[in-house]
Design a protein around this ligand. Sequence first.
Ligand code: UD1
Length: 425
Amino acid sequence: MDKLIIRGGTPLSGKLTVSGAKNSVLPILAGALLAEGPVRIHNVPRLRDVATMIALLRNLGADVAGEDTTVEVTQSSVSRFRAPYDLVKTMRASFLLMGPLLARFGRAEVSLPGGCAIGPRPVDQHLKGFEALGAEVELQGGYVRARAAHGLRGCRIALDVPTVGGTENLLMAATLARGTTRIENAAREPEIVDLAECLLAMGARIHGHGTATIEIEGVPALRGSEHRVMPDRVEAGTYLIAAAATRGSIRLLNGQPSSLGVVLQKLEDAGAAIEAMPGGIALDMAGERPRAVDIATAPYPGFPTDMQAQFLAMNTVARGTSRVVETIFENRFMHLNELSRLGADVRLEGLRTAVVRGVTRLRGAPVMATDLRASFGLVVGALVARGDTVIDRIYHIDRGYEGIERKLRALGADVRRVSEGQPTS
Ligand code: UD1
């Protein structure tokens, strides 16, 4: 199992190219099943989760060809409609195959999802929507089986929570339904807009994506198309936070400031000078220690839960005390114990609030990655700590951060990856 060894203390500085968005490319890869011709996807990040989605598509019989960051999906030979547990268990986004399979082939069987162990993450809203669209849904042996022998039909779906995956699954399913579907209380995340734009290029009729009400007029068929995945706002925000924590100065190329509004605001509150221009973001701490800043996660355009752990890690070395409130997921504070091992002064108040008292310095220690984003919280801690931090189980990080040691090294950090006891780079 790979580990990262980070010697902290160097301010991050330099330029970084942001990769394509993981949370956008996963639904887009699944959505390619809807088209009758090949779908070419550009700016695909090389990540474990992307490899898992490609393995799932191939397992269904789709042809996936790829070179570098471009992938082409042709679904003409799909002959199976089942996404098996051993692939699905590692990645919750596998459940996004359900909508496209059901819409295109009238049947789907997908194992109940796994993914990060961050509290109960039901799929009841997805299932409620499929049923409203006319599918018969049953749970059997850990699998969700859905059928729509005579196709789906448009309907009104009011989501109880603005679920990102649920909105995407139902949006994809509705593109081929008979009639118009209206999704209310839809999630508004930029990745949903990116998916909708890809579907529009395939010939779908969608209005209102990016707002809380999305309308989809079903069409009889979708065609092959080409799409460039948006830059990863979580990766961009993560490196900006890491730079601020280390009192550094970095410039992101290919970042998308418009998708990072509240995060940039909070970084400014922490003392960062931020310059946002189309296609890039510069952050400079002028060598100063960050100020503690309160955050509360919320659906977009609120502060993203996927950057909570990293921001909390910055607060551990900030001037002052802060409160970090997690409103989206339960059990998303697993990094607190590990950050304490580095000398952070953090405690839970109830289940959803962490109180963080900034200390002047953390000290390196062995720690364990627990989930994807929490793991980068530990990386931020390690980058500011004195001495070496060994982060175990970094397969969590590889699910969602492309070339982490390469990117951090380019910014001046002292980072090594060790595979099964052997230093590899
Ligand atoms: C997506 C992102 C993930 C991010 C999350 C919230 C992808 C691949 N993953 O995950 O990185 O952390 O959005 O921004 O895009 N819920 C229900 N019933 C449902 C579905 C969800 O109650 O049927 C609840 C969940 O338990 C959670 C909340 O809704 O409390 C948000 O979850 P959701 O938006 O669905 O997250 P994901 O789509 O899984």
